[in-house]
Design a protein. Structure first.
Length: 192
């Protein structure tokens, strides 16, 4: 374990902790400004200062968000945390009309409750993500999108994975690469 300087340790004393753990952390809020739901905050494990923590978000029906603690938070570093990459913004993928969320910090195999959140309104349905675009291209075309511009174009045109899948399924590229599948579908539709 890396030894913390006395000055840093003195500053850390003033930061919020998860009671009974070596984890300093804060839930900053729920951000709904990007058309999706993002859980924001920061976390740092004093006992394992070089480790990358994970944030898990649980709704009533299970895990609805997961992300690494790796975003720059100079404000937290200036307040005494000896690292700058302690921030997180985790996109939620709700499974239903979630009303209660549990935000958990995972350090190694240990999970610690950071915050419980009761919502007065349901979360917006999760929108299409970059990872969704890449996975649909991989599934249908067995390749990655051509560029970040191609990914951004799909994100601007489609609001859901189902919409993207349907459009790419009807594309000339899919038909050209899957003529046997298309022929089989036409045969089935014709009752043959």
């Amino acid at each position: 374990m890396q030894q913390l300087h006395k000055e840093t340790a003195d500053l850390l004393f003033m930061l919020p902790t998860i009671k009974g753990t070596s984890i300093y952390a804060n839930f900053d809020g729920l951000d709904l400004t990007e058309g999706a739901a993002l859980i924001c905050g920061w976390a740092f494990d004093r006992a394992n200062p070089d480790s990358t923590l994970e944030i898990l978000i649980f709704g009533e029906k299970g895990l609805i968000g997961r992300g690494k603690v790796e975003l720059a938070r100079p404000d937290v570093s200036e307040a005494g945390v000896p690292r700058v990459d302690v921030g997180f913004r985790v996109r939620l993928k709700p499974r239903g009309d979630e009303k209660e969320l549990k935000i958990v910090v995972q350090s190694g195999e240990q999970q610690h409750l950071l915050h419980e959140l009761r919502l007065t309104e349901g979360l917006p349905p999760h929108g299409l993500t970059r990872e969704d675009v890449v996975s649909v291209f991989s599934l249908l075309f067995h390749r990655y999108p051509e560029s970040e511009d191609a990914i951004n174009h799909q994100l601007s045109v489609h609001k859901s994975k189902a919409s993207l899948f349907a459009a790419l399924f009807r594309s000339p590229e899919f038909h050209e690469k899957n003529m046997d599948v298309i022929a089989l579908m036409h045969a089935n539709a014709a009752g043959k």
